[in-house]
Ligand binder design. Structure first.
Ligand code: ARG
Ligand code: ZN
Length: 870
């Protein structure tokens, strides 16, 4: 049964104070709660029924104002405890028994390695005790933890430590969080952990203790996260005027975690792969991801915790905004152009397919069955694009005013996406009613642009047409507000002064606001036909189809002032050539034009090394499905490979000299310059292997042995696995395992890297890895590194003609569903988009889903599988 946005209503009662006492026993945990509950002023219901959520709980006792209730006083089912109360204010006490060591779903309280930890978002708290487990019920929490002091000397919860004593071999710690919060932000950790300490002084001069708790073996892996945290705290003060509010901020790393990390108030819990790093064990990519996620969770303290969500339909209110905040943070810390193009690639590879598939939903969905299935790229990444568009339309200063108003107005409250837009309307005077369709309508708009130059009038007219195909929810699509950032350029790449009298165009920020289904704009005073640089910085999440000629694109690659668009035009040409190679042969003239443009860029000292590396990367196969629906994905992969080899051969001389002149990064530093050098060097090495073979395989072997950092070592290993002989790559894998077996983070990379080899044995390899002594189905990171990497990264293996890859994934998903429904529902993702593939493949994928649908499934998996079959 679906939950509907339109059914939202405040509860008749609200919990104001929550006292929790956890007795952590070896076989089970007892949770005693004492809740202060009153009638809800916001509700106009006169119902006397208090409904508490609870699932997989053993209810041992429940009382109201000291009077023990009996079976006849309440109604208990597998999801709720309902009690009729004839009071306006009362204290409810309750004891439940739970079994954290049997909790493989990793929701609620569970054991990871030897430690207790929690994950309560979205609805995990109800697996701890009976509670109003919804984000619009905010209470002040006090938490007592009672545990064996030998095994669990460190016992943490939200807020400030009030007291800690040791009695009879038990540690008793009491924590108090003064900020009212919903239950999804609750956290508890207990274990034998070591602590790395640091401090941050806020802009108003308050001293904040920063504490990072990890298992002993990871003590040396904390520095980067702590440095990232301090940078985040400073950035949020400078860019958003937001200061931290408690005196203590804690980070904990755990090995078993369904997602990346969680913003629990004052006690952020991280997947260890998203927080632990040293140069020797983590790649540059991992360093960047950690910086971004540490920032993300920290920024939630305001966008999420101080201002939270009214209901889970509003999830993007905190996630979209916070992703936007972390993306800007990362852009400020590293290379802005590279961050933007990475994010756009990610959006196209993951969100566009989601928006075109059976799970398509709006940024603010209108219904769901299982909220865990809605922690999606649409809510997060498209949600961030929606916030970005608002900033583009308002400009930086008004946007900041709007965010100030939003935080001030809704501090301590549970808000909606409409509230956010309201604040932006207030400060800008703009009517954003139509803009809100980005929240309510799913689907990726197609934006077609055509131009007409009138020589005698000296005018250029640009016409836009927007169309959004119907998506899975069949809702009709009204036109979106599409901010198109553009620039006019002459044939030398010089920017032209644009003149237009159209109110839809703002020359301050060069944004043309397309609001109609069809709309045009005229620029005048143009001596010659300009080249138009369109949708700069990807100013709206649309599929753009323009009428630029190949020559114009090549000109933009060479000379657009917008770095993003230079890369974008290069991608467009790559895509065109890959598709040409699928049906026919690549246009030689186009190839040579791109070749000479790239040769120039590669030697241009003004172009960042990281951008050069990105210019040499071909678009992912799935992006071609968006341009040529149902194209044979294996033919695309083959054409893409041929193009890459041809490019490597054509550029060989330039690549070789570039490779030889790149400086060596002797001492590891994580700054955009060193990262750029390593990135380009390793990208070049792959192309050189393609063009010159053996000699560079040897280079890769040498780099693998000598590297003093994981970026270079893993890049080399990847190339050996991908291109080396059976002997070479097996040998490298064995040596890598010998070296890193005891390091959980590196071990994950060892599992993952094996999926890049694209011979016809991928399925054998993935099956063998599942039986490896170090593989564990209970650990989501390992599951993702093996099964996920196979299904998402090994096109040849997963999409094998005989359907064996699909069948394999179906079996794995079924196995995992019994252990961890969230992971199973996510892993089935590559199958549910069956309609995007050619019919023969699509039918094979669908057959696997149909089989799954006949089984007993979790709610999570049921929703995804069944929606994919309607
Ligand atoms: N709020 C977390 C974040 O984005 C995500 C946690 C969601 N967890 C889950 N099991 N659905 O930072
Ligand atoms: Zn988040």
């Amino acid at each position: 049964t679906a939950i509907l946005l339109e059914d939202y209503a405040p509860t008749p009662y609200v919990t104001k104070e929550t006292f929790l006492d956890f007795e952590l026993q070896s076989e089970y945990t007892l949770v005693h709660s004492r809740l202060t509950i009153v009638r809800n002023e916001k509700s106009n219901s006169d119902s006397n029924t208090l409904i508490l959520n609870g699932s997989e709980l053993e209810l041992l006792s429940v009382s109201i104002d000291g009077k023990v209730l009996t079976d006849s006083d309440y109604v208990l089912n597998s999801e709720t405890l309902s009690i009729n109360v004839d009071k306006d204010a009362f204290v409810l006490e309750c004891t439940t028994r739970i079994y954290p060591d049997k909790n493989t779903a990793l929701e609620g309280l569970y054991i990871s390695g030897g430690m207790y930890c929690t994950q309560c978002e979205a609805e995990g708290f109800r697996r701890i005790t009976y509670f109003q487990d919804r984000p619009d019920v905010l209470s002040v929490f006090t938490t007592r933890i009672n545990a064996d002091v030998e095994q669990y000397p460190v016992a943490l919860s939200n807020g400030n430590l009030v007291s800690q004593t040791i009695e009879n071999g038990r540690v008793i710690a009491e924590w108090h969080d003064p900020f009212p919060k919903p239950s999804y932000l609750f956290a508890l950790v207990a274990g034998d952990l070591v602590c790395q300490e640091d401090a941050f002084i806020t802009q108003s001069g308050r001293n904040i203790a920063l504490k990072m708790y990890v298992e002993q073996e990871n003590e040396h892996k904390c520095e980067h996260a702590l440095e990232s945290l301090k940078r985040s705290m400073k950035w949020d003060e400078e860019v958003y005027g937001r200061e931290y509010d408690l005196d203590l901020f804690m980070i904990v790393a755990v090995d078993h975690f369904n997602m990346g990390a969680m913003e629990n108030k004052g006690l952020n819990i991280f997947n260890s792969s998203c927080v632990l790093a040293t140069p020797e064990t983590a790649t540059d990519e991992a360093f960047a991801r950690i910086e971004g996620i540490v920032g993300h969770e920290y920024f939630h303290n305001w966008s999420g915790n101080r201002v939270t969500c009214r209901d889970w339909f509003q999830l993007s209110l905190k996630e979209g905004f916070t992703v936007f905040r972390d993306a800007e943070f990362s852009a400020d810390m590293g290379s802005r152009a590279v961050k933007r193009l990475e994010d756009v690639s990610f959006l196209r590879q993951h969100q566009f397919p989601e928006d075109a598939g059976p799970m398509a939903h709006a940024v603010r969905p209108s219904s769901y069955m299982e909220i865990s299935n809605f922690y999606t790229v649409t809510i997060y990444e498209k949600g961030s694009e929606v916030v970005r568009m608002l900033r583009t339309m308002l400009g930086e200063q008004l946007f900041r005013k709007g965010s100030d108003l939003y935080f001030d107005t809704f501090d301590g409250q549970a808000a909606t996406t409409d509230d956010f837009v309201w604040a932006m309307e207030q400060v800008s005077g703009q009517d954003l009613t139509q803009f809100k369709r980005w929240h309510s309508q799913a689907g990726t708009p197609r934006l077609s642009i055509s131009r007409e130059f009138n020589e005698s009038e000296k005018t250029l007219t640009i016409s836009a047409k927007q169309h959004t195909p119907p998506s899975a929810d069949h809702s009709p699509k009204e036109p979106f507000v599409i901010p198109v950032q553009l620039g006019l350029i002459d044939d030398q790449g010089r920017a032209l002064q644009e003149i237009t009298y159209d109110a839809s165009y703002s020359s301050d920020n060069q944004v043309w606001l397309v609001t109609q289904e069809e709309q045009s704009i005229t620029f005048s005073n143009l001596e010659t036909m300009p080249v138009v640089s369109l949708l700069r910085d990807f100013s709206a999440p649309v599929l753009l189809m323009d009428d630029l000629s190949d020559q114009e694109r090549v000109l933009l690659i060479g000379s657009d002032s917008n770095g993003f668009n230079r890369w974008e035009q290069c991608q467009i040409i790559y895509k065109k050539m890959i598709l040409q190679g699928v049906t026919d042969s690549v246009d030689d003239a186009l190839f040579s034009a791109l070749e000479s443009a790239l040769k120039q860029l590669l030697v241009d000292k003004k172009v960042e090394n990281a951008v050069k590396a990105e210019l040499l990367k071909l678009p992912a196969e799935v992006e071609l499905l968006q341009l040529s629906p149902k194209v044979d994905i294996l033919a695309v992969a083959a054409s893409r490979k041929r193009l890459m080899s041809r490019l490597a051969a054509a550029l060989s001389a330039t690549l070789t000299s570039l490779y030889q002149t790149l400086p060596v990064t002797e001492v590891y530093r994580f700054d955009s310059e060193s990262v750029g050098i390593r990135k380009l060097k390793n990208e070049l090495l792959e192309l050189l292997i393609l063009s010159d073979g053996d000699q560079y395989i040897e280079r890769a072997s040498a780099q693998f042995t000598q590297a003093n950092n994981m970026t270079d070592q893993l890049a080399a290993l990847r190339l050996l696995v991908k291109y080396g002989s059976e002997q070479v790559y097996q040998d490298a894998l064995d040596r890598f395992l010998d070296q890193w077996e005891s390091d959980a983070q590196v071990l994950e990379q060892w599992f993952r890297v094996q999926m890049v080899r694209t011979d016809d044995k991928a399925l054998d390899r993935v099956s063998a890895l599942l039986n490896h002594r170090l593989f564990e189905y209970q650990n989501p990171n390992k599951v993702r590194a093996v099964i996920g990497a196979f299904a998402m990264g090994n096109i040849e293996g997963f999409h094998a003609e005989d359907g064996s890859g699909y069948h394999f994934l179906g079996m794995q998903v079924e196995t995992l569903d019994a252990l961890n429904p969230q992971i199973a529902a996510r892993l089935v993702g590559p199958l549910v988009k069956w309609q995007s593939y050619d019919d023969a493949r699509g039918q094979k994928m669908k057959a696997v889903l149909t089989q799954l649908a006949g089984k007993e499934l979790s709610k999570d998996l049921y929703e995804v599988v069944n929606k994919s079959l309607v």
